[in-house]
Design a protein around this ligand. Structure first.
Ligand code: ATP
Ligand code: MG
Length: 410
């Protein structure tokens, strides 16, 4: 790795040709890998001809230099060409010549050569690791559920249909029903990181058609506040760990406050953003609330039950309210969760209320007929968190190969 070389070392380095200067007898390569660039001075290979982004292997000795930018250079014994660039570069990998997002995504392979683009995926890696690490060390079990399912979890319209032999099946919108069955089955505390599929037709900067969901589900809770505590703790750990690793201390967060939906609605109306009690937040409402609260992260609880998924438990004291919550990060919803219904008859009733057929969910409802502990959990969108952490304008930036209305390649 280029970053770790020291004067006096004999090294073998691999990398891309960032720049090539040919002065005849002597040639200079700016060699680049993921960790940085270094000057390579070549004196004994008169035939060597290189272009930007060719891939080479360099053997040589590291020495101090007063002309090279980094203060060190490699005096090459041998440069071996491993791969030549075959075409004109459609995206400038140094980023000096900017490209449209569309072009960049089409040529992600070149886009990723820019350090600031790689950093997005480094941050995403830290965020996902911190999520798993935190829960693993607190007795949660990582599970894996199928992406091919027989029924919708988040409402019928946003489903991708698949032909499953003689039957119709769907791509999972979330691992919801299965993580619940795992918990009820006796695993008690579980988490997973899994692709979710949403056939949302509209192109927005906050939606992908395939995203990564970080999910948690836990049994034996008193109510949703037990789950909110875990959500806050794991989220704080994700952000603070990643801030540390990425050298972005300004991103660290301390306390995450909780407000009720009713309080949020009052605040919005008081500050001139109209919203009726019972309405779900639009992205504009979310933004307006962020401008009022000016806090990086907060949880809103107790949404009207009718705007939440069918499996959300209602507040026994006020059945209009669901024991539900959302986490907002920099003004964007990044997580939704709730205490779930664990009484099969209540589940059937909620399905019917929403015009869904309990028979389609029989495998799920059945799971609650053999003793089911009170439980709850949440799902968190990894790309949304990454997007806001890195201050990106479009969620597509946070997915290596995003899937949207028009994009299925690369
Ligand atoms: P929104 O209202 O913002 O469209 P949602 O409430 O429909 O989101 P949920 O079903 O609550 O989303 O999913 C849980 C989390 O998964 C969301 O908070 C979000 O972080 C993430 N998520 C959901 N849909 C998408 C999507 N299409 N693209 C990226 N992330 C998503
Ligand atoms: Mg939601």
């Amino acid at each position: 790795m280029i970053k770790s070389v020291k004067p006096g070392q004999e090294v073998t380095l691999y990398g891309y040709v960032h720049e090539f200067r040919d002065l005849g007898k002597i040639k200079f390569i700016q060699l680049r890998d993921r960790t940085g660039t270094i000057q390579v001075t070549v004196k004994n290979q008169p035939d060597l001809e290189l272009n930007r982004e060719d891939v080479v292997k360099v053997k040589g000795k590291v020495q101090e230099s007063n002309i090279a930018k980094a203060g060190i250079e490699v005096i090459s014994e041998k440069v071996e060409v491993l791969s030549k660039v075959k075409k004109k570069l459609p995206v400038d990998p140094t980023g000096v010549v900017p490209s449209e997002l569309d072009t960049r995504l089409k040529y992600r392979v070149l886009d990723l050569r820019k350090p600031e683009i790689r950093r997005i995926f480094e941050a995403k890696s830290h965020l996902a690791f911190a999520f798993r690490d935190y829960l693993y060390h607190r007795g949660f079990i990582e599970i894996h559920t199928s992406s091919i399912v027989a029924a919708a979890t988040e409402g019928g319209a946003e489903l991708f249909e698949v032909q499953y032999f003689e039957k119709k099946a769907y791509l999972a919108q979330s691992p919801q029903l299965y993580k619940q069955i795992a918990v009820v089955g006796g695993l008690e505390k579980v988490y997973l990181t899994t692709p979710i599929f949403r056939a949302e037709k509209h192109n927005t900067i906050y939606h992908l058609n395939e995203a990564i969901s970080l999910d948690v589900e836990m049994a034996f809770i008193e109510d949703h506040h037990d789950v909110i505590k875990v959500l806050k703790d794991v989220f704080k750990h994700m952000i603070n760990y990643t801030a540390e690793k990425m050298g972005m201390p300004e991103n660290k967060i301390n306390e995450i406050k909780t407000y009720t939906y009713t309080e949020a609605v009052d605040m919005l109306n008081k500050h001139g953003t109209k919203i009726e009690w019972g309405e779900d937040f639009s992205k504009e409402h979310e933004k307006a609330l962020y401008e009022i609260l000016k806090e990086d992260a907060y949880v809103i609880t107790d949404f009207p039950a009718d705007i939440r998924a069918f499996y959300t438990m209602r507040d026994p004291e006020d059945p209009r309210i669901g024991r539900s919550f959302d986490l907002f990060y920099r003004g964007l919803e990044v997580s939704s969760g709730a205490q779930r219904i664990h009484i099969p008859e209540v589940l059937e009733e909620e399905l019917r209320k929403r015009g869904l057929d309990p028979l389609d969910f029989e495998f799920y409802i059945e799971a609650f007929r053999y003793g089911a502990p009170p439980h709850g959990g949440f799902g968190m969108g990894l790309e949304r968190v990454t997007m806001k952490f890195m201050n990106l304008n479009n969620i597509r930036e946070a997915m290596l190969f995003p899937r949207d209305r028009t994009r299925v390649t690369p």
